[in-house]
Design a protein around this ligand. Structure first.
Ligand code: SF4
Ligand code: SF4
Ligand code: FES
Length: 260
């Protein structure tokens, strides 16, 4: 997958990101490789000298679309009123694989009524929108090193849990790495839920400590919607602590002298 992207060939993906180790769970990135049986996942297959890879043909197109159809058959169809409409990888990938219809209906067993965890003051976990890609679990483990999240149970019963409690009383330190990693609206900043998705950003430096973490201050009009750790930041490389990520109320505090 990485080699293909270096050649500007985009392979559909859901569980892979450039900040996490390859995991190979979503099966969106299947490809065909000469001399290899089946359809291996591009994200977990190491490139080799002389390898001949087909990233797009009719069989792959149908397979990806069918996998996406299964995801969407257990996903709320509320895109128009969803907080991250237009900024959602699941939505983008459904479009990229040409999904037009869900043949299974929505009446069978599903997770559409699953409860939200709103215990954290900065973000909400809406289980009904979770596709169990494990990006949040891996972000917590690989980026923050906190191991606060895990996948509980197997198969249809699989779900993301913060130990045996809710987020706020778990080991979570509210760094937001999981929220940044989530490809759907399952983990979303409360500020985005309240005000909508940002429309533009400025690169800035965190105003708190001397580490000097780089951030994208993402705004809508003049309103600061969220602070997103900048992947190109030399000191923080796309991560930060809870203060820089969420405690940005100072930006509009009434005691602040604002030079316009
Ligand atoms: S906010 Fe940070 S510590 Fe909490 S679950 Fe997410 S990644 Fe882990
Ligand atoms: S909460 Fe988001 S990142 Fe975590 S498993 Fe669900 S969809 Fe993936
Ligand atoms: S992106 Fe490769 S299996 Fe998910």
């Amino acid at each position: 997958m990485h080699a293909a992207s270096m050649l500007n060939i985009q392979i559909p993906k859901l569980c892979a990101t450039d900040s996490l180790e390859a995991f190979g769970s979503c099966r969106m990135c299947v490809v065909e490789i000469e001399g290899m049986r089946g359809k291996p996942a591009a994200c977990t297959t190491p490139i080799a000298e002389g390898m001949v890879v087909t990233t797009q043909n009719e069989a792959l197109r149908k397979l990806r679309r069918n996998v996406m159809e299964l995801y969407i058959s257990d996903h709320p169809l509320d895109c128009l009123t969803c907080a991250v409409n237009g900024d959602c990888e699941l939505q983008d990938m459904a479009g990229a694989v040409g999904l037009r219809d869900v043949r299974y209906g929505f009446e069978g067993n599903n997770h559409l009524g699953a409860e939200k965890d709103s215990s954290n003051p900065y973000f909400t976990f809406d289980t009904s929108k979770c596709i169990v890609c494990s990006r949040c679990v891996r972000a917590c483990e690989e980026i923050q090193g906190q191991h606060a999240l895990t996948v509980q149970s197997r198969g249809f019963e699989s779900r993301i849990v913060a130990g045996d409690t809710e987020f706020m009383s778990s080991e979570c330190v509210s760094c937001g790495a999981c929220v940044q990693a989530c490809p759907t609206a399952a983990l979303t900043e409360n500020s985005v839920i309240e005000y909508g998705t940002p429309s533009h950003y400025r690169i800035t430096t965190c105003a708190y400590c001397g580490v000097g973490c780089s951030f994208r201050a993402e705004m809508r009009g003049d309103q600061l919607i969220r602070m997103v750790p900048n992947k190109d930041g030399k000191a923080n490389q796309g991560h930060s602590c809870v203060k820089g990520r969420f405690a940005f109320g100072y930006a509009t505090h009434k005691d602040r002298v604002i030079d316009r």
